[in-house]
Design a protein around this ligand. Structure first.
Ligand code: URA
Length: 430
């Protein structure tokens, strides 16, 4: 076989099954052929499972990611007058940080192109959250994205179909074939989209814990280092921060509920953990963007981040003054004993919010704007028997029993004093 030739798809599957390396030509051909519909879903499924089991070497991963980027267009943001910097979270429960961070970092002088996705499973999607604002539009043309980045400084919108289409197809397939949980596949999926989006720098929030993809810190560190390396290879300055996701972030999990909580933080208040993660990531973004002398906490306190948020919502057709919709049915889950709350399991809260209607099981499902979970107690809070631990919000009474069942055992209430855990765990840079 010459350097220009590739193996056929069955040979490629067998090679990965037998732990042999794929060539650059194999990978480039395969991803291109898959996007063109020349290779069948079942064949790519088999290959993905072989990759989940046997991994990809650093060279294979670099080629895989480059081929995914080349499968579509690359946005050119070089005409912008401000430095570009984006943030991506690997996904968690109650993670509304993007809604606050994009306008906050824009208020400090950067341009933030947040091309986002919708939620799947128990982790919410940024676009679903913003779509709970009546009139707000997630789909923008490339021209609108550029204009808004110049005039407002930030945009949160859907990644167009032309951006890394190989990932769109692969992600949908991975989702239904048990092949999401692979460090190289997750790294290639995230980084191909972020590199294609055209940002010059990127901060990754890699979540660790029960409510995250990465349940253990060493896995999260490996994913972070893998993505930082890919960013570096493509001239995107990239830093990752590992943050805790055993407990939901803030008090709200659900679309409109999270927008409301984000507005509290943008108003200079809101839960301390949301503020801490947001300000930590903002400082990392400003450093990568080369912006000095700005204090993100001060920009939250003085209302400038809120002003940019309002401009961003208005520019995309939303009314920033509209009252957020609220659920018609609200029930509580109450404490069964007195004590101090030690644990609120993020996964259980995320799944409960999803069952109440906040998330989707299939891509085509419609999400409820108002459904979700609002915590009334967090770790460290004292509680008396019969007091509400959390509220269940929904439009569908029949979803309540399943949400309650999910939350059984989600709270640990003990007599011992509570020792808080660190929220920001470590930083990974190249
Ligand atoms: N988010 C992505 O965009 N891709 C993955 O594979 C996992 C999380």
């Amino acid at each position: 076989m010459t350097a220009d030739e590739h193996r056929d798809i069955v040979e490629i599957i067998c090679a990965k099954r037998d732990r042999q390396a794929l060539t650059d030509r194999d990978i480039a051909w395969l991803l291109d052929a898959y996007v063109r519909g020349e290779v069948a879903d079942e064949q790519v499924s088999a290959l993905l499972m072989a990759i989940v089991l046997n991994g990809l070497s650093a060279r294979e991963l670099a080629t895989w990611t480059a081929s995914m980027i080349e499968s579509g267009e690359r946005l050119d943001l070089s005409s912008l007058s401000r430095p570009t910097v984006d943030k991506h979270s690997t996904g968690g429960v109650g993670d509304k940080v993007s809604l606050i961070l994009a306008p906050l970092v824009a208020a400090c002088g950067a341009a933030v192109p947040q091309l986002s996705g919708r939620g799947l499973g128990h982790t919410g999607g940024t676009l679903d959250k913003l779509e709970s604002i009546p009139g707000w539009r997630a789909s923008l043309t490339n021209r609108e994205i550029l204009e808004q980045l110049e005039s407002v400084g930030c945009v949160i919108c859907a990644a167009g179909a032309e951006l890394a289409p190989a990932d769109r197809k692969l992600y949908a397939l991975r989702d239904v074939t048990g092949t999401v949980e692979s460090i190289p596949l997750i790294a290639a999926s995230i980084m191909s989209k972020k590199i294609a989006e055209g940002t010059s720098s990127l901060v990754l929030d890699v979540k660790v814990g029960s409510g995250a993809f990465m349940k253990h810190r060493d896995q999260a560190r490996e994913l972070a280092a893998t993505m930082v390396r890919l960013g570096h290879d493509h001239a995107v300055r990239t830093v990752a921060v590992l943050t805790e996701m055993d407990v939901p972030l803030g008090l709200a999990a659900g679309n409109a509920l999270e927008v409301t909580e984000s507005l509290e933080v943008l108003g200079g208040k809101g839960p301390a953990d949301v503020v801490e993660v947001t300000v930590t990531l903002a400082n990392e973004m400003l450093e990568l963007a080369g912006i000095t002398g700005e204090d993100p906490a001060a920009r939250l306190a003085d209302g400038s981040a809120m002003r940019v948020y309002r401009q961003m919502i208005e520019a995309q057709g939303g009314d920033p003054d509209v009252a957020m919709p609220t659920a018609s049915i609200v029930r509580t889950v109450d404490a069964e004993r007195d004590g101090v709350v030690h644990r609120v399991d993020a996964l259980a809260v995320g799944v409960a919010a999803w069952r109440l209607g906040a998330g989707r099981a299939r891509k085509e499902d419609v999400v409820s704007a108002t459904a979700g979970v609002l915590l009334r107690k967090r770790p460290g809070d004292a509680v008396a028997r019969g007091e509400p631990l959390l509220e269940l919000h929904t439009e569908d009474e029949s979803s309540i029993p399943r949400a309650r069942a999910t939350l059984e055992g989600a709270f640990s209430i003990l007599d011992d004093p509570f020792e808080p855990k660190a929220l920001v765990l470590e930083r990974v840079a190249s």
